[in-house]
Ligand binder design. Structure first.
Ligand SMILES: C[S@@+](CC[C@H](N)C(=O)[O-])C[C@H]1O[C@@H](n2cnc3c(N)ncnc32)[C@H](O)[C@@H]1O
Length: 292
């Protein structure tokens, strides 16, 4: 197995009509990579969907495997992950892009593919991922397959937003074929289509301690930072003032910046930056942005 995988055919594993199913080859390659001469003690598949992992287990003659999904009565949010597993494969919904309620023909309030705010989806996924990690035996692995999504023009990287439990052992990019969105005609195709999914492999290397990595997105005002040049602050000020301002206008804004707090000659600094930088041009008594 290498860090980029690409399977043009999904293989004869599970129900090929189950929406959002994955190829069995990826599960087979993981199992044969980590168990080249032996078998896992217990292989558990979470979010088993249309039975892909079960067919892989059968082909590899793995008899100690469990394949769990809402569609066979098992709920990842409330039920326990079976114990004693050294290999868990999970393939959760990619937020609400496919509704599994309609595939099952029944509603479940805990379906991770229900319509919900993105933050709520991430929180629920974190709960499941942490449970999965703790259920592993020492030395065990959790391989999770999940894609990025774009919704109403906004890009969401689920792997970046979810918490990571355990030690990352591999990050594999899977080339994505045959998405329903391939046939969609977009009125605005001014974006880069997503043609890959992520497969992360986490290992449990310690019994008591575990690493948890979380992403924290902060909204920071550039007025509050010092690692910024006067040029960039003035550019922002001109952009904010609709691209025309006197030195006084610029001064009145930037004197309140954190950067100005460390400078006793703010007005002179602004004048010097305006004069020494070809990005700024004087027209009559005002300054405009002129970036070439
Ligand atoms: C991306 S699909 C998995 C597809 C599967 N790998 C296959 O090849 O068919 C995600 C699955 O998560 C299941 N699911 C969603 N919420 C769940 C929950 N709370 N507990 C268990 N399964 C859940 C859905 O029923 C769906 O089958």
């Amino acid at each position: 197995m290498q860090s980029i995988v690409s399977y043009k055919e999904r293989g004869n594993f599970g129900d090929s009509k189950y929406r959002g199913n994955c190829t069995g080859y990826i599960i087979k390659d993981l199992l044969t990579h980590f168990y080249p001469t032996s078998k896992p003690k217990k292989f558990v598949e979470i979010f088993s969907g249309g039975g892909t992992g079960k067919d892989v287990a059968e082909e590899l003659n793995i008899t100690n495997s469990l394949h769990l999904d809402l569609n066979n009565g098992w709920d990842a949010l409330i039920d326990e992950i079976p114990s004693g597993s050294d290999f868990i494969f999970s393939h959760p919904p990619y937020w609400d892009i496919i509704s599994y309620e309609s595939q099952r023909n029944s509603y479940s309030k805990n379906d991770l593919s229900n319509q919900m705010p993105y933050e709520e989806f991430i929180k629920k996924l974190n709960l499941v991922n942490e449970k999965i990690y703790h259920s592993l035996v020492y030395g065990g692995r959790h391989a999770i397959l999940i894609g990025d999504i774009r919704k109403q023009g906004k890009y969401y990287s689920i792997i970046k937003d979810m918490d990571w439990y355990g030690d990352l052992e591999a990050h594999i990019i899977k080339v994505q074929y045959n998405c329903v969105s391939d046939n969609k005609v977009y009125s605005n195709n001014n974006f880069i289509p997503i043609k890959h999914e992520h497969l992360l492999v986490f290992k449990k290397n310690r019994v008591w301690l575990f690493s948890k990595k979380e992403t924290n997105t902060l909204q920071i005002n550039i007025m509050e930072v010092t690692n910024i040049t006067w040029r960039d602050l003035i550019q922002a000020t001109l952009e904010f003032l609709k691209n025309k301002a006197s030195i006084d206008d610029i001064y009145n804004i930037l004197v309140k910046s954190k950067k100005a707090q460390n400078n006793n000659h703010v007005r002179e600094k602004i004048r010097q930056t305006l004069n020494n930088n070809s990005n700024f041009k004087k027209v009559d008594n005002e300054w405009i942005l002129c970036i070439e």
